[in-house]
Design a protein around this ligand. Structure first.
Ligand code: ZN
Ligand code: ZN
Length: 281
């Protein structure tokens, strides 16, 4: 082969050094601030929140072992009734209306706060740091809704997928597609079955037997990740795991948890209401 790849690598290395110098100079004159509270972060200009804000973000520490819905560490009613097409779904944070996580995610997604985006994608990367290398073949971001993509100008799911180290799997943004009333004409029975739903595996993509990590920003009703995982499984992916930055708490969960804490004898706690939220699903 020619020496071209080496010269590209050399140029990239030089650009990398330049970027680092510019970043260091910027940090000297404009010390990095926590994107949530505005407090100065000190000398290390890593993409992050201050310690106090990072602590205030509600972590997804327990929930359904299958879908990860925040709550008791037991299979949720919905997974028991309708086992999802993914193996497991996990999230880093809990998204509740009005909590710091909701505030941070909204700042990133709807106000295009890039500093916040870098802090959140870094949190996501750190949360997956202990996953064994080679767990997945493909890291697939949930494809953006074209209208939202135009409005936002970026895909949060793709940003999260790209933040992950390559050893976890190759990022494959084009592997899944959103379908806009795709035609069933000319498809056989099997293909027709695989062709239902809002998502489809890109024509020609060979994922039979491969292990897929599906990435999205917020797991709300689960309809989106279920649709994506079903399409991947229909194309014979070996399994699909899901990681999202945040998982919404079921409506009323905070109230129920507070009640349970104060009245441990109460047993008539109703199953979470899973009516759809207004977020992306
Ligand atoms: Zn802060
Ligand atoms: Zn569940």
């Amino acid at each position: 082969m020619s020496a071209l790849p080496f010269s590209i690598a050399g140029t990239r290395a030089k650009l990398g050094v330049l970027t680092a110098i510019v970043d260091a100079l910027l940090a000297l004159f404009f010390p990095p601030e926590c994107p949530l509270c505005g407090r100065e972060l000190g000398r290390d200009p890593g993409p992050r929140l201050c310690r106090a804000c990072a602590r205030r973000l509600e972590r997804a520490e327990r929930g359904c072992p299958r879908c990860g819905v925040p709550g008791p560490a037991a299979p949720c009613r919905r997974c028991a009734l309708h086992p999802p097409p993914f193996r497991i779904a996990r999230a880093v944070l809990v998204y509740r209306d009005g909590n710091e996580v909701a505030h941070a995610v909204q700042r990133w997604k709807y106000h295009r706060d890039e500093v916040m985006g870098r802090a959140l994608t870094a949190l996501f990367r750190d949360a997956l740091a202990s996953v064994a290398p080679g767990t997945w073949d493909w890291v697939v971001p949930v494809p953006s809704d074209p209208v939202r993509l135009r409005r936002r100008g970026f895909s949060p799911a793709l940003a999260l997928a790209r933040a992950l180290p390559g050893r976890l799997g190759s990022v494959a943004p084009g592997l899944l597609e959103r379908r806009a009333g795709a035609s069933q004409v000319g498809l056989g029975q099997k293909e027709r079955e695989a062709n239902t739903g809002a998502f489809a595996v890109a024509p020609g993509a060979r994922i039979a037997g491969s292990r897929v990590l599906l990435v999205d920003d917020v797991f709300t009703t689960g309809a989106t990740v279920v649709g994506c995982a079903a399409a991947l499984r229909a194309a014979r992916a070996a399994f699909v795991d899901v990681w999202t930055l945040a998982h919404t708490a079921p409506p009323g969960a905070a109230r129920r948890e507070a009640l349970a804490e104060h009245a441990p004898t109460a047993t008539s706690v109703r199953a979470p209401d899973r009516s759809g939220g207004s977020r992306d699903g």
